[in-house]
Structures are given as structure tokens and as C-alpha cells.
Design a protein around this ligand. Structure first.
Ligand SMILES: C[S@@+](CC[C@H](N)C(=O)[O-])C[C@H]1O[C@@H](n2cnc3c(N)ncnc32)[C@H](O)[C@@H]1O
Length: 271
């Protein structure tokens, strides 16, 4: 996951204001179709781990998938037999969700003020979305909406930086944004403190490694759908992705890229 953003342009020493957290949180709406088509999903073993840590099956469970976006995780929860409702603040992402999952209910709202009654959910899930909330609000909201014994499950696909080409690509991205992707990822390896600075939640932590093989265009469009790129001026973004294509084709001359992820999963029970 790319989290940082440079304050200045390498060719232009005049600092430019970095896009705000709110700008980045909203950036997905303009790229919802690109997001739906190119972002990775999550492996079956992840949902097995969610069930194991929660101590109950998703089948028949009342699940609220918050920050549902285009519905990548919601579709998996629905396919497991969960009675799932999606919550999503963004208009563009919610519209794409309707197209992809027309039969699944979606409510406009966000994790800091959930539009849901108290003690109604068996699971609250946040796939790649909790970091957009303010835990000072989203933690108490999660505890309000979960039934006693219900589970809050947060997860993120993180890059497997022990794979050489992924580490090399992360280094190029770091240089482009003037940040250190590797050190950011290792600092946030134990995300429990970031996820709940108040320490109210007792998280179980799991990692699930998986990979997918995709055309280089899909890989580049996946990278380009991260908020750090979406808020970058188009000419800079396009130039970076063109250079990245050339690097990738040296490693994958057949044009098929093997992306490897480690899904970081945190599960806390409402005890
Ligand atoms: C990286 S996308 C993840 C989408 C989807 N869950 C997935 O796994 O592909 C992050 C989503 O969080 C949403 N979001 C932004 N701010 C949020 C907030 N405060 N609460 C909940 N979701 C938020 C964005 O609109 C976006 O759809």
C-alpha cells in the first residue's frame, strides 16, 4: 500500500502543498471503473481466517462491509452466504458498486458515523479502508454497531517486499514520491497501534500470502488506482507509469506480471 506523498517536486524546489488526507480519501470516485477492473481481490484463506478469529461462520451472519468501494470484498462476503450490507461514502465508488452487485444493498455513509442501529452487526469488515477513518470516532462506532461478541475485521493487501522485483518497484515509487515505502511498511507492520491508538480493542493478527498473474497493463492500472497516484498531476503519473512498464518488461518479457501480496488481517471481538 502506498501511503505517503511528497511535499515538493524533484524538478521544482518550490514546495507545493501536499494533497490532504480528505482529498486522497475522495480520490477514488473519479477512478471507480479503473479500480474495479484492476485492483486485486482477496484469497479464500483470508475469509477462513476471519471466521476462525471470530469463532463463527460468515454464512447467515449479518455483515456490514464499510468503505466497500466497488464491492471487491463485499462480493466475497456475499458469495460466502453472509447477509451483507455495504457502507460507502463516495458517489463514484457507490455507483460502480451498483453496477457490479445490483442485488446487494449499499448505504451512503462512513466509518466515523455509521448510518446503522446499535448492536445489529455480527461482523463489521473494512477491506483496505480503515486507515481512511479517524479511530477516535470509528472505534466507538464499531463497538456501538457490533452485537456483543461480534467481530471487527480489518485487512489490507500489502506488497510482498521480499520478492526482488516488488522491492525494486517499491524503491522506484519511493523515489517518485520522496518517501520510503519499505520503511513505512515495516513501521506499520504491527498495525494494531495505528488501528486503535486508544488500545480499547484486543486485536488478533494474521498474515495470508497469495499471488495473482496479470497482464502488465492490469498491474500498471492497479498501481495507478492508488490514491497517491490519483492525486498526482496526470503528466507526472503517466511518465512514471511508462517508465515502470519498461522496467517490468525486463523482468516479465512475456508481459505477464506475478503480483505477490501479504494480506494483513486484524480481528477484534466486541467483548
Ligand atoms: C482502497 S478503497 C477499498 C475499497 C474496497 N473495500 C476494496 O477492498 O476494494 C477505500 C474506500 O474507502 C472509502 N472511504 C474513504 N473514507 C472513508 C471513511 N471515512 N469511512 C469509510 N470508508 C471510507 C473510499 O471511498 C474507498 O471506496
Amino acid at each position: 500500500m502506498i501511503t505517503g506523498q511528497s511535499q515538493s517536486h524533484p524538478q521544482n524546489p518550490t514546495p507545493t502543498p501536499a494533497p490532504s488526507h480528505a482529498d486522497r480519501a475522495r480520490s477514488f470516485d473519479a477512478a471507480a471503473a479503473q479500480y474495479a477492473e484492476n485492483r486485486p481481490s482477496y484469497p479464500p484463506a483470508l475469509l477462513d481466517a476471519v471466521e476462525e478469529e471470530a469463532g463463527r461462520s460468515l454464512r447467515g451472519a449479518r455483515v456490514v462491509d464499510v468503505g466497500a468501494g466497488t464491492g471487491i470484498a463485499t462480493a466475497l462476503l456475499h458469495a460466502r452466504g453472509a447477509d451483507v450490507v455495504a457502507v460507502e461514502p463516495g458517489e463514484g465508488m457507490a455507483a460502480q458498486f451498483h453496477t457490479t452487485l445490483p442485488g446487494v444493498p449499499i448505504v451512503r455513509g462512513n466509518g466515523n458515523a455509521l448510518p446503522l442501529a446499535a448492536a445489529t452487526a455480527d461482523f463489521l469488515t473494512y477491506a483496505q479502508a480503515w486507515h481512511w477513518t479517524d479511530p477516535a470516532c470509528s472505534v466507538p462506532e464499531a463497538l456501538r454497531v457490533l452485537r456483543p461478541g461480534g467481530a471487527l475485521a480489518l485487512w489490507w493487501n500489502t506488497d510482498a517486499l521480499d520478492v526482488d522485483w516488488i522491492a525494486d518497484s517499491a524503491d522506484r515509487i519511493s523515489r517518485f514520491f520522496g518517501i520510503d515505502v519499505r520503511s513505512e511498511q515495516s513501521k506499520s507492520a504491527d498495525r494494531t497501534g495505528l488501528a486503535d491508538p486508544s488500545g480499547r480493542l484486543r486485536f488478533a493478527r494474521r498474515e495470508v500470502r497469495w499471488s495473482r498473474r496479470v497482464p502488465v497493463d492490469t498491474h500498471l492500472a492497479n498501481i495507478g488506482s492508488h490514491s497517491a497516484f490519483l492525486v498526482t498531476p496526470e503528466d507526472r503519473r503517466t511518465a512514471f507509469l511508462a517508465a515502470e512498464r519498461a522496467h517490468l518488461l525486463e523482468t516479465f518479457p512475456d508481459g505477464i506480471v506475478e503480483e505477490t501480496y501479504v494480506v494483513l488481517l486484524l480481528v477484534a471481538l466486541n467483548t
